[in-house]
Design a protein around this ligand. Sequence first.
Ligand code: 1GP
Length: 233
Amino acid sequence: MKEEWFGKWRHAFKLDPDKTISDEALDAICTSGTDAIIIGGSSGVTFENTVDLMSRVRRYELDCALEVSTMDGAVPGFDGYFVPIVLNTDRPEWIIGKQIEGLKEYGTFVPWEETAAQGYIILNDGATAAKLTGAKTDLDADELIAHIRMAVQLMRLPVVYIEYSGRFGDMEMLRSARNVSGGARLFYGGGIDCAEKARQAAEWADTIVVGNIIYTNLEAALSTVLAADRVPQ
Ligand code: 1GP
């Protein structure tokens, strides 16, 4: 399988365009040694706040990718683009509907070499994304494995994203995911708020994503970078 542009990321910070971050905090995040910044959020994302955040991150030599979850926030100029596809919902608009709407409008402008679909499996029922998409969050391990086989073997998605946004997930579930994630890159995000949780998640995930803690405890957020790096892949 060809090396993807995100293929070496072990750690990424996810910044929300709808949240405020000072220049000092952004500097600390971007010079932390993380592999990438992902810009994305579940609500309040606009063209303006996305451009603003992108141009601030662009001052640093660091991969910066956009997770395109709304057409309002589709902004050119990123190193890469992720298009989420929610796998554990029965609402078609989150599986193909919004993506097709977007492609109807912007399909000719998409930089395909730097664009990747992410198969999202949202497992925290309290997460905004779960509520928004009607995700069936109570999957057992067998159901999770079936979803991942669907994503990896049938749909050939390059990324599977185990999403617990807002709370730290079940590492046994993540381990089950790992066993069948095969050629896809396994992303994990949710509730990583210290080095130890980063270490645990990095044991099974290829790439760990750290979000909320950036806004509440910057030092703790920064401590996750080294922790992820130290776990052999
Ligand atoms: C959110 O997976 C990311 O999409 C990170 O989750 O905000 O809980 O760190 P947290």
